[in-house]
Design a binder for this molecule. Structure first.
Ligand SMILES: Nc1ncnc2c1ncn2[C@@H]1O[C@H](COP(=O)(O)OP(=O)(O)OP(=O)(O)O)[C@@H](O)[C@H]1O
Ligand SMILES: [Mg+2]
Length: 239
């Protein structure tokens, strides 16, 4: 009889090892180091905040963690897979299966209704079960964010906060392992920002989705389990 081999489940959703990123300064020979041998690991279910001065590289770090941008050196592992030698198709498959993005500006398509925007990431989804249960999941998530009665409205007919909550549902529709959010409350008033922060926490707890949340907001940072400060190319845990 063949022995069963048990592989230890990798609980690290994202591992950034020795990540460096530089940008050329236009019109000069010099390079600016944005990320300098940075290490960071996010475990399943962890909710991590990143704060730091404007221009310190927070968005750059998030884009690298989400494989939207490549580091100059270092390794990005997603669910135990080294992404370095993957081609564009493989990378977009990894993103589609494992990662949800919320950007500072919501990037909803203006010509589509709320529900059409939410279901857009299902187009490249290959998992039949996820496709078949998408409507149900969308309504469940839209219930959580209080938008069930607005599904036929277009972004132009919605408030900024409503658009941002729609973008959050869209980021979660494919059941990602991790949500990467860049200033998700940046354009919201305090009440809507607090509400979105609560929602992120609730979704993290209920669905065990890991999160990296870049923010300038102290109120949002306080909701995270762990907060890193990014400065001078590296992160340090904030006390
Ligand atoms: N494509 C690029 N070419 C050259 N420099 C760039 C490029 N993209 C970003 N930078 C520079 O890298 C630095 C980090 O940018 P990044 O957008 O990651 O900062 P940030 O911490 O997200 O800032 P903010 O809080 O204002 O959003 C900035 O100084 C920016 O000018
Ligand atoms: Mg930024």
């Amino acid at each position: 009889m063949r022995k069963k081999v048990f592989v230890k489940q990798n609980t690290m959703i994202i591992q950034l090892k020795n990540i460096s990123k530089h940008y050329e300064i236009p019109g000069s020979e010099t390079r600016r180091t944005i990320l300098d041998n940075l290490w960071m690991e996010i475990e399943k279910g962890q909710m991590v905040g990143i704060v730091g001065p404007s221009g310190s590289g927070k968005s750059t770090l998030l884009n690298i963690a989400g494989t939207l941008d490549k580091p100059d050196s270092g390794t990005v592992m997603i669910n135990g897979t080294d992404t370095q030698n993957l081609n564009d198709r493989q990378l977009s498959e990894i993103r589609n299966n494992h990662i949800g993005f919320v950007f500072q500006l919501h990037h909803l398509l203006p010509q589509l209704s709320l529900i059409e925007n939410v279901l857009l990431p299902l187009i490249p989804q290959k998992n039949k079960l996820l496709r078949e249960t998408a409507n149900e999941r969308a309504m469940d998530l839209l219930g959580m964010v209080g938008l069930k009665d607005k599904i036929t409205q277009k972004p132009g007919q919605m408030s900024v906060g409503e658009c941002q909550r729609t973008a959050l549902v869209r980021a979660l529709i494919n059941e990602p392992d991790i949500l990467l959010a860049d200033e998700p409350t940046g354009s919201l008033d305090q009440k809507s920002a607090d509400r979105l922060g609560e929602l992120l926490r609730e979704i993290n707890l209920q669905k065990q989705i890991s999160m990296i949340v870049v923010t300038h907001s102290e109120r949002l940072a306080k909701k995270m389990q762990l907060v890193y400060t990014l400065d001078d190319g590296d992160i340090t845990p904030r006390k």
